[in-house]
Design a protein around this ligand. Structure first.
Ligand code: SF4
Ligand code: SF4
Length: 390
């Protein structure tokens, strides 16, 4: 049976963090059960985009610093902190900038870790099927121990992002956009997320759920204090527990179900042993899920055609948009064109990846229901005007 530990911690204070993370790890066997002295350890953080820690887009730098110190103290020879951010500006990946702006570079170096920018480390090709090779950043393949350090966030396209989705960043640079093109829409994208997770060798996941992100995450939702740290050797079980805490039924999240079906972890809550705080005692109140999360509550007899009409779609808010064209540049099938100073989307060709929404630096690419009637239906199904509240 998979085990997930749930520990309370309400501040990014290093002493408190180290003690809470140690407590979470002790409940699942202790840090030494995940590493040997002299190992090289890779911490895969969430470094989606260049946003400061208070935006809750990236794993908090103090959280990263605490984990680095714990692995060093446990005898790791080398601790690396790595990721590749999403998107590009003027053809250049933004990972180096994101390491600085997020505070993770300073924090990791202060604790004695090496910062590894996956866009520059080279890749190793791993054959996953007869006709598919996935190219992972070299450190992910070469480290003795790989640890996922996700931020607990909603995700407008995949509904939730945690330990499993975090490993998508092991694909360096602009190659990520190719996967969005090749696996359009969240159900197909679940397949590639599952494939990447299956080869990314994650032995341990420790989630920063102290300040989470609610609403239309993962790049522009509002921060929400949850005060939780979760840890598990099973990233699928960890995500299932975390997603339940914020109000989802985990088996409605396509990539968690796919991981469970393939035996990569457990998504069924009755097969997960929760250690520490019981689920009922930590369930979040008034946690807003993304606009399209209400679709998980639509009965199965409703056809996919109707579901597609019900969906909220990205649209630029002219009052926030500054015309920077980051969305145009990062749209995988290139279906966004500028109309004057405002981006205009060809919805017939849109693959619903929501990269435009995720990467807009101004949070101007918002999710809108196509007309007020649909908004009312979404509100009725969700109980809250299209953005579900619990
Ligand atoms: S929607 Fe965002 S990314 Fe696109 S042009 Fe406007 S500000 Fe830039
Ligand atoms: S318009 Fe946005 S959601 Fe549609 S394909 Fe382009 S980036 Fe993806």
């Amino acid at each position: 049976m998979s085990q997930v530990s749930v520990v309370k911690c309400n501040k990014y204070d290093k002493i408190m963090l180290k003690s809470s993370i140690t407590k979470a790890l002790d409940m699942i066997g202790g840090i030494s059960s995940f590493m040997n002295k002299g190992n090289n350890v890779l911490l895969k953080v969430n470094l989606l985009s260049p946003k400061p820690p208070e935006a809750a887009v990236t794993t908090h730098p103090k959280f990263v610093e605490a984990v680095v110190e714990l692995f060093k103290e446990a005898g790791a020879a080398k601790v690396m902190v790595g990721d590749s951010s999403g998107g590009a500006i003027a053809g250049k990946a933004v990972t180096a900038k994101a390491f600085k702006v997020s505070g993770i570079q300073d924090a990791a170096e202060r604790a004695g870790a090496e910062v590894v920018n996956f866009d520059k480390t080279g890749v190793v090709g791993i054959k996953v099927t007869n006709d598919e090779i996935i190219y992972l950043a070299k450190p992910v393949v070469e480290a003795d121990v790989v640890v996922s350090l996700p931020k607990l966030k909603t995700h407008s396209a995949t509904l939730f992002t945690g330990a499993v989705k975090n490993m998508f960043g092991c694909i360096p640079g602009l190659k990520k956009a190719e996967y969005h093109r090749k696996y359009p829409n969240p159900n197909k994208f679940a397949h590639i997320l599952t494939q990447i997770y299956s080869i990314s060798r994650v032995q341990l996941s420790i989630m920063d759920g102290i300040t989470a992100m609610e609403g239309n995450g993962p790049g522009s939702g509002p921060p929400k204090d949850l005060g939780l740290i979760l840890a598990s050797a099973d990233g699928v079980a960890l995500d299932s527990v975390a997603s339940k805490i914020i109000g989802y039924d985990p088996i409605k999240i396509p990539y968690l179900t796919e991981c469970d079906r393939r035996g990569l972890g457990v998504a069924q809550l009755d097969k997960i042993q929760i250690k520490g705080w019981a689920l009922e005692t930590v369930k979040a109140r008034d946690f807003r899920l993304p606009s399209n999360a209400f679709l998980t509550r639509v009965p199965d007899f409703i056809g996919t055609g109707l579901l597609n009409i019900l969906k909220a779609v990205p649209a630029a808010n002219p009052e926030k948009c500054n015309g920077c064209q980051v969305c145009v540049e990062n749209c995988p099938p290139q279906v966004i064109k500028m109309k004057g100073k405002i981006p205009d989307i060809n919805y017939d060709e849109c693959i619903e990846c929501l990269c435009c929404h995720e990467l807009c630096p101004q949070n101007a690419m918002e999710l809108k229901f196509r007309n007020p009637f649909i908004r009312i239906i979404a509100g009725l199904l969700s109980g809250a005007g299209g953005t579900i509240r619990h």
